[in-house]
Design a protein around this ligand. Sequence first.
Ligand code: BES
Ligand code: ZN
Length: 462
Amino acid sequence: MIAQNDRTYDEYLDRTRQQRMDEYRAFLRFPSISALPDHAPDVRAAAEWLAATMSSAGIEHVDVSETGGHPVVYGDWLHADGAPTVIVYGHYDVQPVDPLDLWRSPPFEPVVEGDRMLARGAADDKGQIHAHVVAAGALLATRGALPVNVRYVFEGEEESGSVNLNAWLEANRDRLGADAAIISDSGFFEGNIPAITISLRGLLYTQIDVVGAPLDLHSGGFGGAVQNPAMALAAIVTALKGPDGRVRIPGFYDDVVELADAEREAMAALPFDEAAYRESIGVPELVGEVGYTTLERRSVRPTLDVNGIWGGFQGAGAKTIIPAHAHAKVSCRLVPAQDPDVLYERLRDFVAEVAPPGVTVSVRRLGGGRPSLTPVDHPVTQAAARALEATFGRPPVYIREGGSIPVSASFESILGLPVVLLGFVQPHDNAHAPNEWMDLGNYELAIRAIARTFDEIAASGV
Ligand code: BES
Ligand code: ZN
C-alpha cells in the first residue's frame, strides 16, 4: 500500500532535522578524495563512518568490503518477503578541491549558506547517499520495515574512474541479486525541474607525456636547434579537434548512434533557455560541434577535452629554458555505441602520427567508463517518476546527461539489471569546482521521494 500521506514518516523527519544536518556535516568533513594517494586513509575513514551510520539506521550485513583500491560499503535489508529487490548505488569519494583560494569556506568544513549546504561532496555524491540512508532509517524507525528489499552499494572510487568496481561486482554476484538498480548520482534539469536521466556518456581518460632532453635546456644556447616539448604538445593537442568542433581522430565517429528524429524533437522540446544557460556558466559564447544544438552537444554527442596541461617554467618573472618535458590530461566523452578500448587505440595511433619530430611521445590510459542507456518504460523508472511527481509537485522530464557513471553500464552488462538514474542535485551546483553546494530543499524532498519510490515499486511489482 502506498502511504499517500505518511504523517508518521513526515513527523519523524521534522523532529530529527537537526540530528540529520549534524550527521550530513560529519560525513562531509572526511576529505575522501579518491584520486590522491595521500588521502587513502581519509577515504577509508569515510567508509568506516558510512558503515557505522548505515548500521545505526537499521541497515543490516553492513560491510566495508575490500577491492583492489578503495573499499565498497555494502549493506542490505531483505525482509520484505515477496517484494522486489533493488540495488541502491552512490559514491562516498569526492573530487580534488583545488584551486583552494576560490572556496568561500574550507571545502571540508561544511557550512549552511541560506538554503544550501556548501562543501566538497555536498551534492556529488555524499548528500544523495545520505538522503538514502536517512530515508531507510526513517522508514525503519516509523514502520519497522522497508516496503522493498534493498542492497546498498556505496563506492569509494567513482571519481577516479571506478577502476576496481567491475571486478568487485563479479566477485560479489552472490549478494547482488536484484530486480533493478537505482543510481543516485545525477540531478535535475535546468531550472531545478525534477528529472530522470535516461542516458549517460562514457569516458576515456588519458595522459599524454612529451619528453625532450633529460634536463631543461638554456633557451639561448639550444633554442632553434632542438624540438620544444611544450610546443610539440601544443601541436598535438591542436590536431585533436578542429574549429568546427569535430574530433579529428580517424574513425572517432564511426560507431556513434545518431538520435532518431523523434528523440531530437523531444530534446528540443525541453524547457531550455540557452541565454540563461550561457550566463549561468559565465562564458562569453557557447561553442561546439557544428550541426548540433547546445543540449545535444553536451549530452548525446561525443567530444574531446584537455583537462589540464603543464610543463616548463610556471613561476613569476622570466626563466629562459626549453622544458625537458610537457604533459596533458586529455579525455573523451563517449556516446553509445563507442567503445573506450577501441578509441584509446585510435587516439594513441593518431597522437603518434601527428607528433612532431625530436621528442618522445607516450599516451597512457587513466580509467574511464562505458556510455549507457536506461529504459524509460521499465516499471521501476515509472515508479520513480510517480514518486517524483508526488513529492516535487510535477512530473519529471527525461533527460540525457553528459557526465559519466561507469557502474551504470556495468550493472547492465555484468548483473543484467535495468538501471534507473534517480538523482536530486541542481545542474549548477559547482560539482568538481570550488564552492560545491547542495540545495537543502532538494535534499529534504529527496528523502521523501526515495521512500515514496520504494512504496511505488512495492505497489506496482516489477
Ligand atoms: N555525478 C557525476 C556524474 C554526472 C555528472 C551525472 C553530471 C550526471 C550529470 C559523477 O560523480 C562523475 O563526476 N563522474 C565522473 C566519472 C569519471 C571519473 C569516470 C565524470 O563524469 O567525470
Ligand atoms: Zn562527480
